[in-house]
Design a protein around this ligand. Structure first.
Ligand code: C5P
Length: 239
């Protein structure tokens, strides 16, 4: 497969066309942003960690029956994916209160909730990705009701798969963000699953093992990203 012209450059990835119209070529960057682009920096080799971790987790999720855009790894920083049309939604799944939810509801980070929480945001940087509900999604035609129903089922299933998977590696999955795409009328999981898009806390020490180390200047950013990848790839049980 040939890498052709760049279609789009996002904050963390570049997307290229290929000589196969049904496939895109994705390049993961080391660039890091937070607070809707207000904080900018770089995390050495983050692109490698996120590329490898996304590939691994997309395979895990796909094996459990959730279709994903992942096709194959090209090298440390690049992968081939299905050429989806990304739906303009950020789907957030929360197992434990943290981040913006803890702030909004005045909760201690780490507060145990009775149930898993699912949130939708409208994917629009200029608006700061505002939270929306299913009425907004239908009213603005961001996705059909059938697509939303499937997205909810997939998001909760991905949560169950990943919670168990990370638990085995000594990591608690606190919350995460998913994006879905339309692939010839089929809804499939797209974007990435990485320490940029998940909150992961060490099961024993509760150390933050994710992008909050960059967002909040907690130090050990690079080494923590590397450690997460090592835990996922070495196959041993930390729990
Ligand atoms: O900031 P907030 O608490 O709403 O984030 C919830 C989860 O979604 C976190 O795991 C965060 O990394 C992820 N997220 C993301 N991209 C965004 C917003 C949130 O990956 N634009």
């Amino acid at each position: 497969m040939k890498k052709l012209e760049m279609l789009y450059e996002g904050k963390a990835k570049r997307v290229y066309k290929t000589d196969d119209v049904t496939k895109y070529w994705i390049e993961y960057k080391d660039d890091a942003t937070a607070f809707n682009g207000e904080k900018k920096g770089s995390i050495h080799d983050k692109g490698i960690v996120n590329n490898k971790m996304s590939a691994l987790l997309f395979k895990v999720v796909e094996a459990s029956g959730v279709p994903t855009h992942f096709e194959s790894l090209v090298n440390d920083r690049e992968q081939i994916v299905k050429a989806v049309k990304i739906l303009p939604l950020e789907v957030i799944v929360r197992n434990v209160a943290a981040g913006s939810l803890a702030k909004r509801l005045g909760l201690e980070e780490g507060y145990t909730m009775n149930e898993t929480v699912l949130e939708f945001c409208y994917k629009d940087d200029a608006l700061g990705d505002p939270m929306i509900n299913e009425y907004h999604i239908a009213a603005m035609n961001f996705a059909s009701k059938d697509q939303v129903a499937l997205i909810k089922t997939y998001a909760l299933k991905v949560n169950e798969i990943l919670k168990a998977y990370f638990m085995d590696k000594g990591l608690n999955l606190i919350d995460f963000k998913l994006e879905f795409g339309d692939y010839n009328g089929e809804v499939i999981l797209a974007d990435e699953i990485s320490p940029d898009t998940c909150r992961l806390w060490d099961s024993q020490t509760h150390k933050k093992m994710d992008k909050d180390r960059f967002r909040r200047d907690l130090g050990d950013v690079e080494s923590t990203y590397q450690e997460v990848l090592e835990r996922l790839t070495e196959g041993s049980t930390h729990a």
